[in-house]
Ligand binder design. Structure first.
Ligand SMILES: NC(=O)c1ccc[n+]([C@@H]2O[C@H](COP(=O)([O-])OP(=O)(O)OC[C@H]3O[C@@H](n4cnc5c(N)ncnc54)[C@H](O)[C@@H]3O)[C@@H](O)[C@H]2O)c1
Length: 440
């Protein structure tokens, strides 16, 4: 057996049965080495929603070829196979229901992971181990423990891992963050960050039902606890259930809070207090809070997160955005662009207003392009896994504070909660057998 096959087969058995730790070193990416056409050969795991938006964007780059699709739901697997064929004129060679086949396929250079959050970790780690580069959706994963392990794997196997926080590649976000860091709005005391989303309305309680034909539901659950099938805990709506995701806090939080950190030039805070609950829809099916506010306390400023499901009127008439409150002006930033509203001393403005500077609206396209460039240069991508890990942990800290009902203290140097077994327990990934979190 050739060395590469051996490693792949071993990795697969590890992934499948979770009995052994990760082994050995990965081989280098095969990108460009084996393909006469020098195509970047991409596979998508998780085809329905954002995963397909990502793949469609990859396919806008002529060097990309999709050689495999994987989904546990035949309906979406077949639909996306037809979509890719229509878009490219070529049939996708490999259709899988088990993601381990993607890892096993030695022709795959890049794995795009568009599965629900609880299924980001293992495919990322095993793809890294198999020498593939990874484009994984945000939030990086569903627990603090997984975030840290994924980062370790990416570094250990020296892989390029881009997280789907595509604002990182939309130039107006970095422009606004630099404007703040250069001191243009003066000293900032408060950063407000919010997501008010009528598009995430109440989820009525629906009875459990039989698994739809063509769905491998056990594989959809994967490492999450066994539960009967329910249409409101499945596609898209998984976001509102703790076993699979972290609600609006981690769904939108990671996109926006990333730029709160970036604008302020800081890492994780040591103190977090968060309060919230099912204030709008106390009796609906959602587990995660429909309303939540979190204070991230730093030495001389606060970052305040505020979310609401089912209503749209966020501050400054924006559904989701950030506002940096400086002594000279307030900078408001969202996907549409950024502007500064000056403060006044009497009738005199403390700084010139900055009228709305519109974004280019090409964030996702640029983000994929940046990833493809980094595959070649081996540089760290715009939303490198360390960036994705940091902000996913930031959002988990607020969810954990809300769940334990009090302030939590985070020791960033040692990556742990301070004297807090209850919060620590919620930071861990508890996997259902045979799935097992690799340790290395
Ligand atoms: N970057 C962004 O702007 C953005 C936008 C939306 C969603 N997302 C992220 O994308 C991810 C997916 O969200 P969505 O709304 O597209 O979800 P979705 O439910 O629409 O799609 C997930 C797909 O993954 C499949 N799947 C589940 N488990 C699988 C497994 N083990 N193997 C193979 N396929 C599996 C499902 O069948 C489904 O087709 C989430 O992490 C979400 O936070 C990112």
């Amino acid at each position: 057996m050739k060395r590469r096959n051996f490693i792949q087969k071993t990795a697969l058995s590890v992934a499948g049965f979770g009995l052994a730790p990760l082994i050995g070193n990965s081989y280098q990416s095969v990108y460009g080495a084996t393909a006469p056409s020098n195509k970047v050969k991409v596979a998508l795991i998780g085809c329905r929603g954002m995963g397909y938006s990502d793949l469609s964007t990859f396919l806008k780059y002529p060097e990309v070829e999709c050689i495999a699709l994987c989904d546990v739901d035949d309906e979406w697997l077949n639909k996306r196979a037809a979509d890719v064929e229509k878009a490219t004129g070529k049939k996708v060679k490999n259709l899988y229901k088990d993601w381990r086949k993607v890892i096993e396929n030695k022709d795959v250079d890049v794995v795009i992971i568009g599965t629900p959050d609880h299924w980001h970790c293992l495919p990322t780690i095993y793809a890294c181990q198999a020498g593939k580069d990874v484009y994984v959706e945000k939030p990086l994963s569903n627990t603090i423990e997984e975030c840290e392990l994924m980062l370790k794997a990416a570094r250990k196997y020296d892989r390029v891992v881009q997280v789907g926080q595509w604002q990182r590649s939309d130039p107006h976000w970095n422009e606004a963050a630099a404007f703040i860091r250069e001191g243009n709005i003066g000293r900032v005391r408060t950063v407000k960050v919010w997501a008010y989303q009528s598009g995430k309305p109440t989820l009525p309680v629906k009875p459990d039902s039989p698994v739809p034909p063509g769905v491998d539901y056990d594989m959809w659950l994967g490492p999450a606890p066994k539960r009967p099938f329910n249409i409101y805990r499945f596609h898209y709506n998984f976001r509102f259930f703790w076993d699979y995701a972290g609600g609006l806090m981690s769904d939108w939080g990671v996109h926006l809070l990333d730029y709160a950190l970036e604008g302020m030039g800081v890492g994780l805070p040591s103190k977090v207090f968060s309060g919230g609950g099912k204030f709008a829809y106390p009796n609906d099916a959602m587990e995660t809070p429909d309303t939540l506010m979190a204070i991230y306390a730093y030495d001389d400023f606060n970052i305040v997160w505020d979310h609401a499901c089912g209503i749209d009127h966020g501050l400054f008439d924006r559904r989701e955005a950030l506002a940096f409150y400086g002594e000279n002006g307030t900078l408001v930033l969202d996907r549409g662009g950024w502007e500064v509203i000056p403060e006044y001393s009497g009738k005199e403005a403390r700084m010139e207003a900055v009228p709305l500077k519109k974004g280019e609206g090409k964030g996702l396209y640029n983000h994929v392009g940046n990833f493809l460039d980094c595959m070649k240069s081996r540089n760290r991508p715009a939303a490198d896994i360390e960036i994705g890990s940091r902000v996913a942990i930031l959002s988990h800290l607020a969810n954990i504070s809300c769940r334990v009902g009090r302030e939590v203290r985070w020791d960033e140097a040692n990556h742990l909660f301070v004297n807090d077994p209850e919060a620590t327990a919620l930071s861990k990934a508890v996997y259902r057998a045979p799935w097992k979190l690799p340790q290395f």
